[in-house]
Design a protein around this ligand. Structure first.
Ligand code: HSE
Length: 381
């Protein structure tokens, strides 16, 4: 099967290289921006690809919703299998692309959009057929894991570790999506959609690591905690929840051994119990390997990751409660229900009484709207 590649950045180059050695797959044209077509295999027009009858599949690794969506819709409508690493695209337009793919009888697969090289969505799609998936999530962003790990183990500063993550090809073109938790949120949206057939779009919450400081990290460390950015999704009695937030884990918890750009994805089946998958969650070769895994899957007859009849829906993040570590200006200490608090100059570091996730995220927004610098993280004992 000849594969056209859309994009020739960090992952696109990796996909093109791997296609040169893959069984049953061959290299097709590569779509690049005008002015970047410095080799005969590089083209600048999507029409050249969708109208080429020798192209059997299109692998999109450009990122962003547009023009990726228009290109994807054109490729699927032309009867080409479509594989992508683009979580922004699938989170925004996955249901429409799934519909076109089913109408045309071609594949729409996106393992590389969640977990980098970790086969998370693939396994969720298998598990939902035979088990009831109760919850899922974990460490789903390689950039922030790399940053938090380097800040804690190597005592590096936030700005330096973000620059390193960008240089190593882990971060998105605009790293705001990584550090704000939006990238991990898109991934848990996809996981919920694969597991439950509902793509959550309303009521989602994400808190990232933008406001963490070296002093916060030193404080967690002195108290025997490690901080990780964690996504959570699942079913509670009254509905579905999905959110992303920093979490403080007791040293020795499995997440503390997730270093550098690694991810730890997990799900819990009613019968299987907890399943954990760990591997590199970002970077050229891990992500390209997931794209190739999907392309090889097409050769074996795989066609879809979403269950049939995918719809959009809302989540309720008041269904989960945690105690939170909150660092905020001392004069605002009375604004939250504290179980314990330590004064550190004009700053207070408190552990709250258990609060619904939705309430903690709301309180942080409210305090920041008043100009306060606030960092919070759920505490898992
Ligand atoms: N920026 C993403 C991450 C890339 O750091 O996890 C892989 O999805």
């Amino acid at each position: 099967m000849k594969v056209a590649v859309l994009g020739f950045g960090t992952v696109g180059f990796g996909v093109y290289e791997m296609l040169g050695k893959a069984k049953g797959l061959e290299r097709g044209p590569v779509l690049v921006r005008p002015g970047k077509n410095d080799m005969p295999f590089k083209v600048t027009s999507i029409e050249k690809i969708v109208s080429d009858p020798s192209v059997g599949a299109v692998a999109e690794v450009m990122g962003g919703v547009e023009p990726a969506y228009s290109y994807a819709a054109a490729a699927l409508s032309a009867g080409k299998h479509f594989v992508t690493s683009n979580k922004a695209l699938v989170a925004a337009r996955g249901p429409e692309l799934d519909t076109i793919a089913r109408e045309k009888g071609v594949a729409f697969l996106f393992s590389a959009a969640c977990g980098g090289g970790v086969p998370f969505l693939h396994n969720l799609a298998l598990a939902r057929e035979s088990d009831e998936i109760r919850s899922m999530g974990g460490i789903l962003n390689g950039t922030t894991n790399y940053m938090l790990d380097a800040m804690q183990r190597l005592h590096l500063d936030y700005g330096d570790v973000l620059a390193d993550a960008q240089r190593l090809g882990y971060a998105e073109a605009d790293p705001t999506a990584d550090v704000s938790g939006l990238d991990a949120l898109r991934k848990i949206m996809l996981a919920c959609a694969v597991a439950y057939g509902t793509l959550p779009t309303d009521g989602l919450l994400h808190e990232g690591i933008e406001s963490v400081t070296a002093a916060d990290v030193a404080h967690f460390q002195s108290r025997g905690y490690t901080c990780r950015l964690v996504a959570g999704g699942g079913r509670a009695e009254d509905g579905v929840y999905a959110y992303v937030e920093p979490v403080l884990l007791r040293d020795g918890a499995p997440e503390c051994s997730v270093l550098q750009n690694y991810n730890m994805a997990r799900y819990e089946g009613a019968n299987a119990g907890p399943i954990v998958l760990m591997g590199q969650g970002a970077g050229r070769w891990p992500t390209a390997s997931a794209v190739l895994r999907d392309l090889s899957g097409i050769l074996r007859g795989e066609r879809e990751m979403f269950p049939e009849g995918l719809r959009r829906g809302e989540v309720d993040n008041s269904l989960c409660r945690h105690s939170y570590y909150v660092r905020l200006p001392a004069e605002l200490a009375g604004e939250l229900p504290a179980a314990s608090a330590e004064l550190d100059g004009d700053t207070v570091r408190m552990i709250t009484e258990p609060l619904p996730v939705s309430q903690m995220h709301f309180e942080a927004k409210r305090l920041r709207a008043r100009g306060a610098s606030v960092f919070f993280a759920a505490v898992r004992e």
